[in-house]
Design a protein around this ligand. Structure first.
Ligand SMILES: [Zn+2]
Length: 111
């Protein structure tokens, strides 16, 4: 998949199109991602030991990974702060990194 946990991404399709957020989780099998603050749903939960009250809980639902693009963190990039397509680059030591399609800088997921 082109995105990883902790990546900052921009949604490029659907109801949340244009919004940015951090990836909380990647569901590889379903090709979906869960993004902080994106695609909220109301989940109804029963009373339990953990949640004495029960009721509704707001949480993020997974969205299609193909609807998100990684945000380039390079301030000098013409697409800075926006979703970019990524390419791959092999370093001399054999490591594979993701790079911004526009400016070529490495895509780094903040911790
Ligand atoms: Zn860039």
């Amino acid at each position: 998949m082109h995105v990883r946990r902790n990546d900052i991404i921009q949604v490029v399709a659907g109801d949340d199109s244009g919004k940015t957020g951090k990836i909380l989780d990647v569901i590889t099998k379903q090709n979906r991602v869960i993004v902080e603050g994106i695609n909220y749903i109301q989940k109804h939960v029963k009373r339990s030991e953990k949640n004495q009250q029960g009721g509704r809980v707001q949480m993020e639902a997974p969205i299609q990974a193909s609807n998100v693009l990684v945000v380039c963190q390079n301030k000098n990039c013409e697409k800075s702060g926006k979703g970019v397509r990524t390419g791959r680059k092999f370093l001399d030591n054999g490591d594979k990194i993701r790079v911004c399609y526009k400016c070529g800088s490495e895509i780094i997921a903040p911790d």
